[in-house]
Write a protein that binds this ligand. Structure first.
Ligand code: B12
Length: 327
């Protein structure tokens, strides 16, 4: 399809929709990423997240998502906010991404808004172009390797901690994508480079459970984020002991990253503490939640609904036990 819009115009529209980052990737399969993804699954590093193995072809090949695809528009939102309080006994720490509103909802709204802006812009040039425009979008739970295509779209590079790291915002960014039949000029792929971490190994050294097992490779089964959010079953004792104060998610590998040292505070109110549960959860209050209604009273509209009441109470009990042991 002959596009009436330039890649530059798409970015202008993305910023108008509220995104902090936008780049365009070609829809090609990235053999290196496909190989790494297959190896990761074959080694069982996905733990109980069996859904990740369900659609390998779709995850690694955008033409499986839309046969007529010509471009993948990758979008990013900065969610950084500094830690405000000292941690104190009786409270568990929530990772930064989860302190405000559920980001899926926030980014979904902006992504849909951008699609409508693109459609309107095309239609203002030619009714036919507006009608021919096709777009599908996803965030997180969608079937695409988001970090891979974000790196290809020039949004950043993949660090040793596996995170997509942007020059301006560090790694504190959420991603979403629009797969489209628009023919757009792809962005600079030089951003794809494993060497940007240099000799630094701070994330590998700091991970409390030793979950970063090679450059860019995370063993999810050990990652505190997986244990506290995605793992449905009980957490093995040796790992629980090393969860420290983390009651939901974990930021250690990002907190120690030198690229995050000058991160900019988010301008999106939805991600600030007062839009959700904030930085700390009162552990006793979590443990004494009696019903699903009580649980939703605390967590509705935030990412903390994911582990359900039992999962969050399991995490709170572990943090209580960790705090009662001499450090
Ligand atoms: C499953 C999952 C998890 C799992 C596994 C994480 C992992 N490291 O694999 C768990 C539950 C542990 C997790 C944790 C977190 N997650 Co998560 N997660 C995902 C999800 C749904 C799939 C990731 C996946 O497929 N993993 C398998 C590995 C093998 O793939 P990968 O990490 O994408 O790595 C690829 C690249 O390294 C690429 N690659 C390798 N070499 C090369 C070379 C080239 C040239 C290129 C282009 C690419 C490339 O190949 C790999 C596989 O193909 C994505 C959303 C999505 N749809 O992609 C979010 C996502 C990765 N998560 C996200 C976030 C925010 C987090 C946490 C920070 C949350 C928290 N604070 O607790 C932590 C971070 C942990 C970490 N260090 O990775 C963001 C990351 C944004 C960013 N800046 O990177 C994503 C993109 C969600 C989103 N839409 O914003 N997550």
């Amino acid at each position: 399809m002959q596009a009436d819009l330039s890649s530059y115009r798409i970015k202008e529209l993305a910023y108008q929709s509220g995104f902090d980052l936008c780049g365009v990737a070609s829809p090609a399969v990235i053999p290196e990423a496909r190989r790494q993804f297959n190896e990761w699954l074959d080694s069982g590093l996905n733990g109980e997240m069996t859904w990740l193995a369900a659609n390998i072809d779709r995850r690694t090949d955008p033409t499986r998502l839309m046969p007529e695809v010509r471009s993948v528009i990758m979008l990013g939102l900065n969610y950084f906010q500094p830690d405000r309080q000292e941690k104190s006994e009786g409270f568990g720490r929530v990772s930064k991404y989860a302190r405000g509103k559920d980001y899926h909802k926030v980014i979904e709204k902006k992504t849909r808004n951008l699609i409508e802006r693109i459609r309107a812009d095309l239609a203002s040039h030619s009714v036919e172009a507006g009608e021919k425009f096709a777009a599908k979008w996803w965030v997180d739970y969608g079937p695409l390797l988001e970090r891979t295509y974000a790196a290809m779209a020039g949004l950043g590079y993949i660090g040793k901690n596996g995170m997509l790291i942007n020059r301006k915002y560090g790694s504190w960014i959420f991603l979403s994508e629009i797969v489209t039949n628009l023919e757009l000029e792809p962005d600079d792929r030089l951003a794809v480079n494993h060497g940007r971490c240099g000799k630094c190994t701070r994330c590998i050294d700091a991970c409390p459970t030793g979950a970063i097992i090679a450059d860019g490779v995370v063993d999810a089964r050990k990652c505190i984020s997986y244990l506290t959010i995605e793992r449905p079953s009980s957490i093995p004792e040796d790992l629980a002991d090393r969860m420290g104060d983390w009651v939901f998610g974990c930021d250690v590998c990002q907190d120690v990253c030198p690229h995050n040292g000058r991160a900019l505070v988010t301008s999106h109110r939805e991600f600030t503490d007062d839009s959700g549960v904030g930085e700390f959860l009162n552990l006793k209050a979590v443990i004494s939640l009696q019903s699903r209604e009580d649980f939703l009273g605390l967590t509705a509209g935030t990412p903390l609904t994911r582990p359900k009441l039992e999962g969050l109470q399991r995490n709170a009990a572990i943090v209580c036990a960790n705090q009662s042991r001499p450090r």
